[in-house]
Design a protein around this ligand. Sequence first.
Ligand code: MOS
Length: 718
Amino acid sequence: MTGTTTDRAVGTPLPRLDGHAKVTGTAPYAYEQRPDDAHPLHAHPVLATVARGRVRAVRTDDAAAAEGVVAVLTHRNAGPLPDLDGARDGELAVLQSDAVAFRGQCVAVVVAGTPETARHAASLVRVEYDEEPHDTELRADSPSLYAPEQVNPTFATDTDEGDVDAALAAAAVTVDRTYRTPMEHNAPMEPHTAVAVWEPRTDGADAEGTDAEGAKGTEGVRLTLYASTQGAHTVRTTLAPLFGLRPEQVRVVAPHVGGGFGSKGMPHAHDVLAVLCARAVPGRAVKLALTRQQTFPLAGHRTPTIQRLRLGADADGRLTAIAHEVVEHTSTVKEFAEQTAVGTRLMYAAPHRRTRHRLAALDVPVPSWMRAPGEAPGLFALEAAMDELAAAVGLDPVELRLRNDPPVDPESGKPWSGRHLAECLREGARRFGRPGGGAAPGSRVEDGEWVGTGVAASTYPYYAFPGSEALVRYDGGGRWTVRIGAADLGTGSRTALTQIAADALRQPVDAVTVELGDTELPSATVAGGSSGTASWGSAVVAAADAFRAEHGHDPAPGARASAGTPEDPDAERYARHSFGAQFAEVRVDVDTGEVRVPRMLGVFSVGRVVNPRTARSQFVGGMTMGLSMALHEEGVLDHRTGHTVNHDLAGYHVAAHADVCDVEAVWLDEVDPHVNAMGARGIGEIGIVGAAAAVVNAVHDATGIRVRELPVTPDKLL
Ligand code: MOS
């Protein structure tokens, strides 16, 4: 594909265009939106306190009698969800039956005049359960293990190439280890919130009809949902049929989002709950903000994993066999199969390869996307195993990876659009120093601390989704507006799209205003899979090209043109992935086992970087999340009750400033000619991939102790 962008704005470190509005508190997030209702109502959910069973009785009298309470909804009176497209999403079937499938599932909701009265009244709802035996514990031999049909989003569940067992039996050196990662929670700074307004039909028909008759009674209804989402159009496409509405009847608004990390990639139960409440009080605005604790069971999480890695190599460290077998969990109401071993399929050359994914359907909350779902836990295990192999062969860990760098995609045989892992490793080693350092693990002690360094490789696929559209309008007076229903999660996509649009229009950036985050704008795909810049930017460039073709260089004010994501002829021709090399130094207190990470370096190959300032922030954020994964994050389920006991930011520690020292991210100077008009492959997720392995490998170098179960807490080092 030939590039059409010039290089004037793209590539410059433009500060976030919405930065001032954000730091001055004038950028409206979902809960702060002011719908046209002077006294919006507030909803507070009641969550199940058993892990499995049935609601035998709900006593709502006290709650309903509390001052200021407008409605109390349970499965008995919430009304049906017509579910027109028959998707039967068990996570979104909120208040539709008496069944409880996990602790923390919503069993009632109170609507009241203030958040405080709603929360108080919710505490007065008495729920009685018929409890059933539950199982929330993931085990390698869980009785409910099964092979899903595919893994997220559409990868094969298993792959087999050659004869892994024979190759392992014949290998000069083997590694056979099992690694575990815990349940992890996305924990974006802005919790999950929604404001819903259900405007009834205006022809005088009884609003009651909407409940009982489903789709038939919804003609003329308008639903507005201010959501905290990674995709306004995705929310509309999912929720409209659920409520018997056509997409045109629904408007979803999300101009600013305070982080998502995947947990806002698709609507969750709280979005449905807000709309159910709004439907019960037509014409009124209903605001719902999950408490931080409520986000733990309701907003998705990363599945725990048990990963067996077997590597076989010759005496020179050339891999002959790779087997990566994963056990993970899903819920009983909705399947989510994380693609944990998918990164392993392309990472290294070996003639004999096997990957497996098995799921245990447990009585747990619904798992979902969390930053680099699949690659993040999967490459932790693979890259920790590679470190063990390097030690077994007696080879420098960078050299081991260089020796196994495949010239073409091992899985498809296709050429890489730009695989520069070797350059990343070499550049990183040059800047950081050779990890491992040559001294024996556990032999360097300075000031009462073991000191060590580690390295790991990183990869993330290139995704660009078809189906986004952009509109370009000349407003006159040298001003341009670009409209696309994209999302900015704090990543800077509004700013990057402005740079792309400015170059495509041959205009300065301050001549261009990008409007996003609203289904009133042209349709856009979800901010997921690090695909935003690629998917939306391509549409913006196409719309700018169309504008210049239609209106020339001297357009009339009001002139406009739109275009969609163009064809992607290289999609089938090339294996398109980003790569990176992660380095970490650790210091481990000899007495307490406390691990500090004084420095991390990531060197990335991601195609062209549209905005070095916001890109750096994405990489550093991803690496910090990887550091957090290595040392801190662990959702702890009490298997007696199914309860996530550390369900807040006090108990579920996310790396804070005091945990993070020098994190440096750099990237290769690169344009990928086989992806899109920008030559950019995506940057949102690769930063976390491999980072945890680099830290854990450094811990081994420092202490001689291999920790194969995240997070690396002090007890594992003493
Ligand atoms: Mo990202 S976890 O694909 O939103």
